[in-house]
Write a protein that binds this ligand. Structure first.
Ligand code: DAH
Length: 345
């Protein structure tokens, strides 16, 4: 029997070595180590041996059993590993490669600028009011004191959807929406949003852009209130050292109308004649907003009696200040979606 066991030992080891895939392992296991396997049947035959032979043979069987188990475990590991390697090669998948980092985005420069503007006006008690981007001729022009025949219409190159409907050329129609909603309460709102103009796209002009409109309606509101608010805005947005300058102007929906300028950071140099910069075209002044006292006709169109109420309004661009602040020389970058640009801010 010892001889048979040794034969089995050799055969088992050889077969185990010749196995080429993990699929073949169970069969081998059943044959040699299983409950109905060869070693078990030798164990069962122990009883047929004489009492002197039995311990030695039993010992050998146990040794072989342990040996088989160890060899099996080892072979199993080797075959599993080579299987994994094969799969990795076939699938071109390397599970040990570090994962790709997930990049998080951030707010667009225009959104950042808008939020800063909201914050500053919020501190002065203004709330944000949103009005439609698709407007009627009535709201975009007529109710703002720009009748159909009026040459002032030429100030806005307009996208007409049909004879009645336009893409708003400015945020000013929001004034009418706000007044009609809030009458007879006093009003202090800013109206941000996109505007559209039928313009040639150049480094200085886009056909879509943002504006922030401002509107206050109340009793005894005066031009000096407007100047005070805009001076505070310029100081908060650009720095306490900025000076504000007022020039007379014309807008159909305000009377009187003004332009608000702010000193450029190069102003001292520009004044002394020893320099200045391209941004302000060497004048030392930058345009901030068009503004004025709300025209009586507009007040009335919003439902407010101009004998009793007064108010001021202003409108400013959003991209241009961002452009100035960051020294960007082309407004088209704002809508180009080029990450090389966007990621700088
Ligand atoms: N709506 C004007 C524009 O787009 C800007 C503007 C000027 C708005 C004066 C105002 C204002 O509210 O009072 O050109």
């Amino acid at each position: 029997m010892l001889e048979q066991i040794n034969l089995l030992r050799e055969k088992g080891q050889n077969e185990l070595k010749s196995l080429t895939s993990t699929d073949q392992l169970p069969d081998w296991y059943h044959q040699y180590l299983g409950r109905k396997g060869d070693l078990t049947s030798f164990l069962k035959q122990l009883g047929t041996l004489s009492a002197e032979e039995r311990p030695a043979v039993g010992k050998i069987i146990n040794e072989v059993k342990q040996e088989f188990q160890q060899s099996f475990d080892l072979r199993q590991e080797t075959l599993r590993e080579s299987k994994l390697h094969e799969e990795l090669e076939i699938d071109d998948l390397d599970v040990t490669l570090p994962g790709r980092p997930c990049t998080t985005g951030h707010l667009h420069l225009t959104t950042q600028t808008l939020r800063r503007i909201y914050q500053i006006f919020q501190e002065m008690g203004f709330q944000v009011y949103e009005a439609p981007e698709v407007e009627t001729d009535e709201y975009n022009f007529q109710l703002l004191n720009i009748p159909e025949y009026h040459p002032a219409r030429d100030m806005w190159d307009t996208f007409w959807v049909d004879d009645e409907v336009v893409l708003r050329t400015h945020t000013s129609p929001g004034q009418i929406w706000a007044m009609r909603e809030y009458y007879p309460d006093p009003i202090r709102v800013i109206l941000p949003g996109k505007c559209y103009r039928y313009e040639q796209i150049t480094p200085r002009s886009e056909h879509q852009f943002y504006q922030v409109e401002g509107l206050t309606i109340g009793k005894n509101i005066r031009l000096t209130d407007l100047i005070g608010v805009m001076t505070e805005f310029a100081h908060k947005m650009y720095g306490e050292d900025r000076k504000v300058r007022i020039r007379g102007s014309y807008f159909p929906f305000t009377e009187p109308s003004i332009e608000i300028d702010m000193s450029c950071s190069c102003k001292d140099k520009a004044d002394s004649g020893s320099g200045g910069c391209r941004l302000c075209k060497y004048t030392g002044w930058l345009e901030v907003a068009g503004a004025g006292m709300v025209h009586p006709v507009v007040l009335r169109n919003g439902g407010y009696d101009p004998e009793e109420w007064s108010g001021f309004a202003f409108g400013m661009g959003v991209e241009r200040p961002a452009l100035l602040k960051h020294n960007i020389d082309d407004i088209r970058y704002f809508y180009g979606n080029d990450l090389r640009f966007l990621q700088q801010f």
